[in-house]
Structures are given as structure tokens and as C-alpha cells.
Design a protein around this ligand. Structure first.
Ligand code: SRM
Ligand code: SF4
Length: 557
């Protein structure tokens, strides 16, 4: 078992939290501050929320001797990223009434609202609950939102595979009823035995835990960046089971060589029967028992796996499940993309994927996207599916309703906006970063769109504008936009400066490498201009930019 002599502070907070209750109920009604207590800030994460403050306004508030402008971010639990139109309509209004108004689609197929004042949390969660949505375990040291290949046209058995996202989410949900008590005013349990939790006990996991499901050949969920990745193995349109991959994770810390990004290792195959859920459950219990509980920087499963080794992990898993995994089955990925525009599935249903830059849904003069999506939801003719690339798919539209939806998209300019987006822009991801993320060292979603504008000009100058280069930016090395798995990755180091990583592939099976450090915009554009020139001149036909970068050994020795 893990050495737990020097338990981290968060471990003690969890254990004495009374099933994640802490003093949240009391803190909520304390009108003297917009914040909750320090311990409760750790606990509130398990309920799907983060306490934040507006970093743009810190100085101004300090000058006026006011406390920081505290607010909360709420992240929903939406396994596989599926919303009914009613759920979208509710979210639209909740966002307007209680948050900044922007709906942010995340890299894990769910949505976040920012800027909620403390007094708005309960009404928000009650309104979500009314449409069967919750934020339980969307954050914290538990299993997070389970992702799944987004596009139903990818496979005739998409629905069958997609259902595993909800099953796994349910299997790994904490048993505590604190969420219902604190936020939804349900009665306190009289018999606490009802929330005995064999999986999480009173200590939960050493760190966050992520599960993703891919349906080859597309790897739109970046399955190998998860603690546990399931790769569907399909033969003759029949689901045979899943290859099991463990130990993915991207978070690193500048200057701490003990931290590193890692792609998951495939350790075997499990048929799609009850044994599969046992395998998943026990992979989590091993991480619970052996993960590092003293240093949170080294607590993810990737470090446990590298400490004990793959063979040990397989054996320990077999000991706990009572059977061995079968040998992994062959599979291959070709891409990680969203299928923009109209697509049709095997049942004749239609799907439209608009381009949502950095996953942010709001209205502006150029594009009233939020209004357009509300109007589509109000027709009741389309479901909403979120993708791991921060986009959404207007889904399951019948042939007779396609013209109606298309008309709304056209009326508001969404069709035109999507068609006009360049190949590189369509393949971009940026994390939230400033002004809400407390860990951001530099901008990301507020900056990448304009940087891409400059990069587009360089690409056009080299006649490379059709290249669908995967480009990602984060404001710090935690990797929320998965920059270490991009062909071009930018990772913030300080205001206006980024480390540049090159050499990821299109399939999501290779990490990139650090090329240059601390570049400002001028230096980034100068570097890329030269690299694009070389790429145009010396590439092999069809060679992607990431493959070329690797072949050229464009990385720091
Ligand atoms: Fe993340 C922490 C946003 C996906 C690795 N992430 C954060 C926090 C909560 C900052 C904090 O701890 O206070 C960010 C909130 C910003 C804000 O204001 O909203 C944040 N992460 C996000 C989102 C919203 C980025 C986005 O723009 O889409 C994504 C929400 C996903 C979701 O719906 O659950 C998001 N985060 C990821 C991913 C990508 C993924 O999972 O596919 C990663 C890399 C994969 C991984 O987990 O290794 C990721 N986030 C982290 C880490 C580093 C963890 C580590 O192992 O070191 C942190 C920092 C931490 O946990 O201490 C972090
Ligand atoms: Fe914040 Fe860093 Fe994650 Fe971006 S990568 S959202 S800056 S923690």
C-alpha cells in the first residue's frame, strides 16, 4: 500500500469532512464574505465547483481595500456530453440569470459557467436539478466526467458504446448524499450507513481520476491522456469489448522535473461484459490504495504506474478481479477531429457541427451563436452533444427537420462562420486561463484566436492554408487544453510568453517535445515563419507538420 506517513493537507480535509459536508452549509449563508473557508474550498470541488476571483480586478479591489471579487465556477457532470433540447434551454437561461452568461464547453465534453456569486449557487443547482443535471464529482479527487467519442455517425453502434459513459460515471460516483442536502435542501440522512462508500471510503482518491472511451479510427477524446482509457474493439459492427489503457495524464509543473506528461499504456483487453465494470472498478481501487497521498504533484495514476510497473499493475488487477486481462486487440487511430458541417448516420439522422471557438458560447455583433442555439433548442428538433475538442454537435435531426435547423443556422450566420474558419482554427483548443483560473500564468482562450489570425497569414504566405495542423494553447503547464499532445503546443510561462512544443501527431498517440522557451508573440511568429518555410520546402507528400517536426528533430536536446 502507499506510504501515507506525511499526508497532504487535502487528505486530512477529506477525512474529517463528514462525507464532503465540511462547513459548506454554514459558509453559504455567511454574508460577510463572498468566499467560503479554506477547507471548504477543497470540498466544494467534489460538488463540481471552484471558488475563484476575477483576476482582472485584483489590483483595483486591493487599492479600494475590498476583498477579492470572489465568485464560483460550476462544472456539470454530463457523461459522454449529451443534452436534450430542454436541458440546453435551461442552461441558456441559468447562464443568463446567474453567471457571466457565457456557456463554456470544456475539453471533457461538459459545460462550465463562471462568475456565480455565492448566493446564486443554490438557485443554479436547483434549476439544473429540475432538468436532471448535476455537478456531482465534476471536480475533486474522484472520477471526473467520463468522455466518449462524440459523433454518432462514426459507428452504427455508437449508442451502445456511448451508454458506457453513463454506466461508468454511475459506477464511480461517490455515495455521500451531501450534495442533495447542502445544495438541494433535501432532508439529512438519519442513517449514515446509507452512504457507506466501499470505493472511496472516507479518503476518496489521492487525486483526480479521468476515464475516456474512444471509437477508432477517430480519437476525438484523446483517449490516451486519461488515467483510464477504453478503446472500443468492433468487428462486423459488433462490440467485442475494449482495450484497456492506463496511466495517461498531462499535468506538469514548470521547473519540477519529477512531473511529466504521459500517454496511457495499453495493458490488455476486456470483453464488454460484467467483467469490464469490475476491471474499471478495481483499476480505481488500486490507485486509491497505492497512489501517492503525500505529494499531490505526484499523485496521479501515471506516477503510481511508473513507480510499480505495468506487470505489477496487471498482476494486482488480476488478484482483485479474479481473472486476467486478455491480450490487447489490434486497433488504429487516424485522427482526432470534429466533423464540421452536416453529416448523416446509418439511420438517416442528421448532425450539424458548428465551429465554436475555444468552446465559448455567447452572442456578439459578429455571431449571435447563443441566440441561434437557443432558437434551435426551442424547435425541439435537435439534441446537443459536446465534443472533446470544445465543440458541439446539433444531433439526431430528422430529415424533415433539417431545413428548419439549417435555416436558423444560416439566419444567424453560423453556417457562414463555420465554413469561413480556416483549417488550423478549426483544429485549435485553448483552455480558460485568465481571468478566472487561479493557476494561469498567461492568457489562452482570450489570446489564441488573435494569434491564430497571424499564423493564418504565415500559412497562406507559404501556401499551407489547407493544412489542418492541430494547435493548442494553455495558460500554464497543467495541460487543460492538452497542449502536449498537439502538433503545435503553446504553454504559458508568464504574461505574454509561452513555451513552444512541436511534433505531436494527428492520431493522439505521440507527445510533442519542447522546442523553444519563453517566446513572446514576435518570437513565436518569427519561429513559425521559418518552420513553415522549411516544411513547405522539404516535406514528404502528405506528411503532417507534426510528423515533419519530429523527423527534423525540432526539439531541445
Ligand atoms: Fe484542468 C486544474 C480548467 C481539462 C489538467 N483545470 C484546472 C482548474 C480547475 C484550475 C484550478 O485547479 O483551480 C481550471 C479551471 C479554469 C476555469 O476558470 O474554468 C481547469 N481543465 C479545465 C477546463 C475547463 C479547460 C477548458 O478550457 O476546457 C477543462 C475541464 C474539463 C472537464 O470538463 O472536466 C480541463 N485539465 C483538463 C485536462 C484535459 C482532459 O482532461 O482531457 C487536463 C490534462 C489531462 C490531465 O488531467 O492530466 C487538465 N487541470 C489539470 C491540472 C493538472 C493535473 C495534474 O495531474 O497535474 C490541473 C491542476 C490541478 O489539478 O492541480 C487543472
Ligand atoms: Fe488554468 Fe492552467 Fe488549466 Fe489553463 S491549463 S485552465 S491556465 S490550470
Amino acid at each position: 500500500m502507499s506510504e501515507n506517513k506525511n499526508l497532504s493537507v487535502v487528505e486530512r480535509i477529506k477525512q474529517k469532512s463528514d462525507g464532503l459536508r465540511g462547513t459548506l452549509a454554514e459558509g453559504l449563508v455567511d454574508e460577510l464574505t463572498g468566499a467560503v473557508s479554506e477547507d471548504d474550498q477543497s470540498l466544494v470541488k467534489f460538488h463540481g465547483m471552484y471558488q475563484q476571483d476575477d483576476r482582472d480586478r485584483r489590483e483595483e479591489r486591493a487599492e479600494k481595500k475590498l476583498e477579492r471579487l470572489y465568485s464560483f465556477m460550476i462544472r456539470l457532470r454530463v457523461p459522454g456530453g449529451f443534452f436534450t433540447p430542454e436541458q440546453w434551454i435551461a442552461t441558456h437561461h441559468i447562464a443568463g440569470e446567474h453567471s457571466t452568461g457565457t456557456i463554456k464547453i470544456t475539453t471533457r465534453q461538459t459545460i462550465q459557467l463562471h462568475g456565480l456569486l455565492k448566493s446564486h449557487i443554490k438557485p443554479t443547482l436547483a434549476s439544473f436539478s429540475a432538468v436532471h443535471l448535476d455537478s456531482i464529482a465534476a471536480c475533486g479527487d474522484v472520477n471526473r466526467n467520463v468522455t466518449c467519442a462524440a459523433h454518432p455517425h462514426q459507428s452504427p453502434i455508437h449508442e451502445q458504446i456511448h451508454a458506457y459513459a453513463a454506466r461508468i460515471s454511475e459506477l464511480l460516483l461517490p455515495k455521500t448524499k451531501a450534495y442533495y442536502e447542502i445544495w438541494l435542501d433535501q432532508e439529512k440522512l438519519t442513517d449514515k450507513k446509507e452512504e457507506d462508500d466501499a470505493l472511496y471510503q472516507d479518503r476518496y482518491l489521492p487525486r483526480k481520476f479521468k476515464v475516456g472511451i474512444a471509437i477508432p479510427p477517430n480519437n476525438d477524446v484523446d483517449v490516451l491522456t486519461n488515467d483510464l482509457g477504453l478503446i472500443a474493439i468492433i468487428e462486423n459492427d459488433e462490440l467485442k469489448g475494449f482495450n484497456i489503457a492506463i496511466g495517461g495524464g498531462l499535468g506538469t509543473t514548470h521547473g519540477n522535473p519529477e512531473t511529466y506528461p504521459r500517454l496511457a499504456s495499453v495493458i490488455g483487453f476486456s470483453p464488454a461484459d460484467d467483467g469490464l465494470l469490475k476491471v474499471i472498478y478495481e483499476i480505481v481501487t488500486i490507485q486509491r490504495d497505492y497512489g501517492n497521498r503525500s505529494d499531490r504533484k505526484l499523485a496521479r495514476l501515471k506516477y503510481t504506474l511508473d513507480k510499480y510497473g505495468i506487470d505489477w499493475y496487471r498482476q494486482e488487477l488480476a488478484k482483485r478481479t479474479g481473472f486476467e486481462l486478455q491480450d490487447a486487440r489490434p486497433y488504429s487511430f487516424t485522427d482526432r477531429k470534429d466533423y464540421y458541417g452536416w453529416q448523416q448516420n446509418h439511420q438517416g439522422l442528421w448532425y450539424y457541427t458548428p465551429f465554436v471557438e475555444s468552446g465559448r458560447i455567447y452572442d456578439d455583433e459578429k455571431l449571435p451563436l447563443k441566440t441561434a442555439l437557443l432558437e434551435i433548442a426551442q424547435t425541439g428538433k435537435a439534441n446537443f452533444r459536446f465534443t472533446g475538442n470544445q465543440n458541439l454537435i446539433l444531433a439526431d435531426i430528422r430529415k424533415k427537420d433539417k431545413a428548419l435547423v439549417n435555416g436558423i443556422l444560416e439566419k444567424y450566420g453560423v453556417l457562414q462562420h463555420t465554413e469561413a474558419a480556416s483549417a488550423i482554427r478549426r483544429n485549435s483548443i485553448a483552455c480558460v486561463a485568465l481571468p478566472t483560473c487561479p493557476l494561469a500564468l498567461a492568457e489562452a482562450q482570450r489570446y489564441l484566436p488573435s494569434l491564430i489570425g497571424h499564423i493564418e497569414k504565415l500559412l497562406t504566405g507559404h501556401a499551407l492554408q489547407e493544412e489542418a495542423i492541430i494547435i493548442r494553447m494553455t495558460g500554464c503547464p497543467n495541460g487543460c487544453g492538452r497542449p502536449f499532445a498537439a502538433e503545435i503546443g503553446f504553454v504559458g510561462t508568464s504574461a505574454g510568453r509561452y513555451n513552444l512544443y512541436l511534433g505531436g501527431d494527428h492520431e493522439g498517440t505521440r507527445l510533442n517535445r519542447l522546442y523553444k522557451e519563453n517566446l513572446d508573440e514576435a518570437a513565436i511568429l518569427k519561429e513559425l515563419d521559418l518552420l513553415f518555410w522549411l516544411y513547405k520546402k522539404e516535406r514528404i507528400t502528405g506528411e503532417s507538420f507534426g510528423d515533419f517536426a519530429l523527423r527534423q528533430r525540432w526539439f531541445k536536446a
